[in-house]
Design a protein around this ligand. Structure first.
Ligand code: ZN
Length: 139
């Protein structure tokens, strides 16, 4: 009985791991460097075949990059179910979400990347909609 209960537990259900293409991550780092000392923001699109592989960065028209915030014009986003989340940069060395970030994460998307200065492959982190840290494998 104990074994049956464990198997049916949602917590134990296997989850498909999320991945991000290396060239997509490199583009995110380059865009963040270009916008420094302002923030940079964009949307994350998955591959057409692998729905857990983030393969493309989408820049929304009218995205406002400030010193400490990015204002996404979410009404400008395409009606596109392959867009799974957002990315924005922090001009500081903190890759951790602010309160405003956490509120935004809850409203839209399943994967959110924060790229912190100096925008290298080791200065970013990914979060789920609740602000929990996620592991994204770079492929
Ligand atoms: Zn932020």
């Amino acid at each position: 009985m104990k074994l049956l209960r464990r198997r049916s537990s949602v917590k134990d259900a296997p989850q498909q791991p999320w991945k991000i293409r290396q060239d997509c991550l490199a583009l995110i780092c380059e865009c963040a460097k270009d916008e420094y000392p302002h923030e940079f923001g964009g949307l994350l699109r998955v591959d057409t075949l692998d729905k857990h592989l983030i393969s493309e960065l989408v820049i929304l028209p009218g995205t406002i990059a400030g010193d400490t915030h990015t204002l996404f014009q979410m009404h400008m986003r395409p009606l596109d179910f392959s867009i799974v989340g957002t990315v924005h940069s922090h001009p500081s060395r903190s890759p951790f979400p602010s309160q405003a970030d956490l509120q935004f994460f809850q409203k839209y998307g399943r994967v959110h990347i924060i790229a912190a200065s100096p925008y290298s492959f080791s200065s970013w982190r990914a979060y789920d909609a609740r602000g929990g840290e996620m592991i994204l494998e770079v492929v």
